[in-house]
Design a protein around this ligand. Structure first.
Ligand code: NDP
Length: 331
């Protein structure tokens, strides 16, 4: 049986692994078979991770985190967790191909998944012009005209990155102000290839086998219009990945895993959560990493307390046996 299983391989998961491994707990980290490394694998330059004044590419940062975790004894398996059983002292974690693992504690660092617009043609045209990842698919849009939807940092980042390939990028946002940080906004405003389409929501995607255009609705007047584009990048935020723990762990109104105050403690003993899956607000690589630290320390403390109780019970049992034996000797 393992001491700690960590589910998830973003900054939260790997930082938890570094701390748990350095504490001698030999953690097993289950990284997804297709999305190992988390969201930073789809990011280009990370400019705000402390310690990298020149910036660092997202995938490189994740490789370094994994290397650091493995250096101290973390075992990493690329497989998908399909089911978990969390309410007993011994937790079980089932995977797609690598079998079932048991552990005394589990840390969930499952991050979040791209939010979808919910349009009927979005799935049908996914991979045929509709995408959620500029770094993965941007190359296919060389010299094309495309649209990015969203008003946050992700949308600004995607739009700016996509101007490397596309001739023109429309930034479609449902309001007339952006949620994105000032520096990201300014970078997008200064880019001549980006044109902002304000107060507009995408209500339809046209195209039989590939995206040919968008149907937009003005959120102020209700007027509808067509926008001819060959690609649509959806960058409207993320939802926490909690499908594994539904019915077992308490969730917040935001849909994140509920934890006790600033700790990583869920409603079940021995089960901890860290990173974007508990954070609807800050969602930065650095805050996720810090959250992973908290989870590892909480798990370490929990395991030490279990060991202490087990040690005391064993001592009590031994004392009882000794007194029973000496009482027997007296008769
Ligand atoms: P955000 O939640 O910050 O922004 C989502 C945007 O999408 C909002 O503008 C929102 O509109 C819009 N939106 C949401 N739902 C819909 C919908 N159904 N239809 C149309 N528009 C919609 O998500 P991000 O992914 O941009 O950022 C998440 C976090 O990650 C933030 O903390 C951000 O700072 C961080 N981040 C940091 C980066 C960096 O520093 N380099 C890069 C990328 C992300 P509205 O404004 O109207 O709510």
């Amino acid at each position: 049986m393992r001491e700690i299983i960590i589910i998830g391989s973003g900054p939260a998961g790997f930082t938890a692994a570094i701390y748990a491994a350095r504490a001698g707990l030999n953690p097993l980290l289950l990284a997804s078979s297709v999305e190992a490394g988390g969201e930073l694998m789809n990011t280009t330059e990370v400019e705000n991770f402390p310690g990298f004044p020149e910036g660092i590419q997202g995938p490189e940062l994740m490789m370094k985190l994994q290397e650091q975790a493995e250096k101290f004894g973390t075992e990493v398996i690329l497989d998908d967790v399909t089911r978990v059983q969390l309410d007993d002292d011994v937790k079980t974690v089932e995977t797609g191909y690598s079998g079932t693992f048991e552990a005394r504690s589990v840390i969930f660092a499952t991050g979040s998944a791209y939010r979808k617009l919910g349009l009927p043609d979005e799935e049908r045209l996914s991979g045929r012009g509709v995408s959620w990842c500029a770094t993965c698919d941007g190359f296919f849009f060389k010299t094309k005209t495309i649209a990015v939807v969203g008003g946050g940092d992700s949308a600004m980042e995607e739009a700016t990155f996509l101007t490397r390939f596309a001739d023109k990028v429309y930034l479609v946002h449902r309001k007339d102000t952006l949620r994105a940080s000032k520096i990201m906004q300014e970078r997008a405003f200064a880019n001549e290839k980006i044109e902002f389409v304000w107060n507009s929501e995408v209500v339809g995607i046209a195209g039989e086998n590939a995206v040919e255009g968008l149907q937009l609705r003005d959120t102020v007047t209700g007027a509808e219009s067509e926008l001819p584009v060959q690609g649509l990048f959806v960058a409207i935020g993320n939802d926490p990945r909690v499908h594994l723990v539904h019915g077992q762990l308490d969730l917040t109104v935001d849909g994140t895993i509920a934890v006790d105050g600033r700790t990583s403690k869920t409603n079940l003993p021995g089960v901890f959560a860290a990173g974007d899956v508990i954070d609807p607000h800050y969602r930065q690589a650095v805050t996720a990493a810090a959250s992973g630290t908290v989870a590892a320390l909480d798990a370490e403390e929990y395991l030490a307390a279990l060991d202490q109780v087990a040690g005391e019970s064993a001592a009590d049992l031994a004392a009882d046996l000794v007194s029973a034996t000496s009482a027997g000797n007296r008769t």
